[in-house]
Design a protein around this ligand. Structure first.
Ligand code: DGP
Length: 113
């Protein structure tokens, strides 16, 4: 999508700190980290949120799930990590391109919301 921030990051038109890439996924450091490790994992194909994930090819859906433990291992998150995917206004999603926050490197709050 032409005016999508994360599509521009994937294309390299906006700089980011890449931590992982494969055929269908891209991951980079969040600009406003909420934890010592805060990575955003996105599909290269544009879908607005996880509510539209079924529009992605099954291979891409699988690749996203496969990328999460690879990135966690690469980041040294041996003591655990948290995955968040905000979806829509009630969840305060601010960038309308499906993304998974991979958060780790410290003890997370017990409450999720
Ligand atoms: P969400 O609120 O769940 O839609 O998360 C969007 C995240 O995107 C938020 O944690 C900040 C991050 N973000 C926004 N703009 C940029 C940017 O230009 N570069 C990077 N690396 N991250 C960004």
């Amino acid at each position: 999508m032409n005016d999508c921030l994360f599509c521009k990051i994937i294309a390299g038109d906006i700089p980011s700190t890449k931590v992982y890439e494969d055929e269908s996924c891209f991951a980079f450091r969040d600009i406003n980290p909420q934890a010592p490790t805060h990575v955003l994992l996105v599909p290269k194909a544009h879908v607005g949120s996880i509510a539209e994930a079924n529009a992605l090819p099954l291979e891409t859906q699988a690749a996203l799930f496969a990328a999460i433990p690879k990135i966690a291992a690469q980041e040294g998150l041996t003591n655990g990590f948290r995955i968040v995917s905000n979806c829509g206004p009630d969840a305060c999603q601010s960038v309308p391109h499906l993304h998974f926050h991979i958060l780790g490197g410290r003890q997370m709050a017990d409450q999720m919301a």
